[in-house]
Design a protein around this ligand. Structure first.
Ligand code: SAH
Length: 464
């Protein structure tokens, strides 16, 4: 089985530094189940490809095991030596462990830099088909190309095999690429060569923790990775939920006491939702997304408007969604009303197919809760992948903060805000995003406008 990692980043030979493997040498490593070889079929400034070839010794694997147990032939005659499986994950961890841990002495700055990578797996058994490949890799930002093999070329009537050659491509850090492969390869294969115990759970959480916590397929991934061991899966999911860094610290209240007191005299929250609702109505949208819907105040207003036939609220915080469900009395709505509304648990930093095909989306006071790298991921998830006709974004106008005497200078309105932008900063961001993704953007103030510092909330309306 073969894993090929390529990049066109220049100089492409930096891949050698990142992998800690010299491009000019063939290196061989002894593993408990065979050998792993690392070599570079091409290494130039413009293009570099590194291969990890795993040569599994099927007899060696069985030697010393208790052969009285069951299917002896199956121990020797199986697909393990030929397919990418958990054995490949073990090889990645052992042979490319330094790269996967994000260490690079010679070029430390490259560790955290997303670079254009592709990774090809020959051959990956995919129990779940091509759609499953997309469901697992696309939320992490990859494009997926898959070529399926027939069971036997000489007997086409036998049909397709579960084996694929798969290429994934994305601009990611090498460390992320390797950890994604490490966790997901055994998930596709759905067979494991060793006992699944507590330490496997620890490995999954250590490697997958930060991105897996927000992955829309996390249940499926965890269940398969831990091979359907229910109690372990349950534990893992509980811990992933607890560790989801995107959960804002101050939930379930989406306005902090500070923000609420400051904004109260203006009932700015109501004005904001009023302004967004008006803009959504004016867009002519029939299907709308409320992304980062929080406790569902805007959703309640949207439900009042017949124009909106399909309304989806999405949030990363389960607790906020539970609040929303109660607030909207979802279980007591007449069926025709209830059918119009769906609540989804998900994170805006991953591509999510459930968000595709909508007329409009609103992100009300959401972007300032994300740090810059996550904001960049949100931009792609919303403007490149979900791609509604209209996107409405609101965020605080930092300049207005001086108007609140009780807010110490330089402090944010909410302790979970990662930034608060001036009008100029917001406009620069919005115009960049619009230009990158083929949208036009215009701006409207929300709340009372001061001549010098503008209004407390700023709103950008993107259309394409
Ligand atoms: N839109 C609501 C809530 C704003 S508070 C309102 O106007 O009242 C910000 C919300 O964004 C919180 O509910 C938080 O859980 C959600 N959020 C933060 N990061 C997110 C992410 N990565 N994906 C989805 N929602 C997120």
């Amino acid at each position: 089985m073969l894993l090929t990692i390529t990049t066109d980043y220049q100089p492409a030979t930096d891949l050698g530094f990142l992998l800690h493997k010299h491009p000019d040498r063939l290196q061989t490593f002894d593993l408990s189940f065979g050998q792993a070889h690392v070599f570079y079929p091409s290494a130039s400034e413009a293009h570099c490809a590194a291969c990890l070839l795993l040569d599994v010794d099927p007899v060696g694997m069985v030697r010393g095991k208790n052969r009285n147990q069951g299917d002896l032939l199956g121990h020797y005659v199986n697909d393990r030596p030929y397919v990418a499986s958990s054995l490949l994950s073990v090889a990645i961890a052992q042979v490319l462990g330094t790269a996967m841990a994000g260490r690079c002495q010679q070029k430390p700055e490259l560790v955290a830099t997303p670079l254009p990578f592709s990774a090809r797996l020959d051959v990956l058994p995919v129990r779940g088909g091509e759609r499953f490949l997309q469901d697992l890799f696309e939320p992490l930002g990859y494009t997926v190309e898959a070529e399926r093999y027939p069971l036997d070329e000489a007997f086409p009537e036998w049909g397709e095999s579960p084996y694929y050659s798969v290429t994934i491509r994305a601009t990611v850090t090498l460390r992320d690429l390797l950890t994604h492969l490490y966790v997901l390869i055994p998930v596709f294969d759905n067979e494991k060569h060793y006992f699944v115990g507590e330490d496997e759970l620890e490995k999954l959480l250590a490697k997958g923790g930060s991105w897996l916590a927000a992955h829309p397929q996390k249940e499926q991934i965890t269940r398969r990775y831990l091979r359907h061991r229910h109690s372990l899966t349950r534990q893992a999911l509980d811990r992933l939920l607890a560790m989801d860094e995107t959960e804002p610290k101050s939930e379930p209240s989406e306005t902090s006491p500070q923000e609420e007191t400051l904004e109260k005299p203006l009932s700015l929250n109501d004005q904001r939702h009023g302004a967004v609702l008006a803009a959504l109505k004016a867009s002519g949208a029939r299907s709308v997304l409320d992304l980062g819907c929080g406790e569902g105040k805007l959703l309640r207003d949207l439900l009042q408007e017949k124009q909106f036939e399909q309304i989806v609220g999405m949030d990363v915080s389960i607790r906020s969604l539970e609040f929303a469900q109660k607030r909207l009395k979802l279980d007591r709505l007449p069926p025709r009303q209830a059918e119009r509304l769906t609540l989804l648990h998900g994170s805006l930093i991953y591509r999510d197919r459930r968000l595709e095909g909508f007329d409009a989306a609103a992100l009300v006071e959401v972007i300032e809760h994300l740090d810059p790298p996550r904001l960049a991921a949100l931009e792609r998830a919303v403007f490149e992948f979900a791609r509604p006709q209209t996107v409405i974004v609101t965020t605080p106008n930092q300049e207005y903060n001086v108007m609140w005497e009780t807010l110490p200078a330089g402090q944010f309105r909410h302790n979970d805000h990662r930034f608060e932008w001036t009008r100029h900063q917001f406009a620069a961001w919005a115009e960049k995003v619009a230009q990158q993704h083929g949208y036009q953007v215009r701006f409207l103030p929300v709340g009372p406008e001061d001549e010098k510092v503008g209004s407390p909330t700023q709103m950008g309306i993107f259309t394409r």
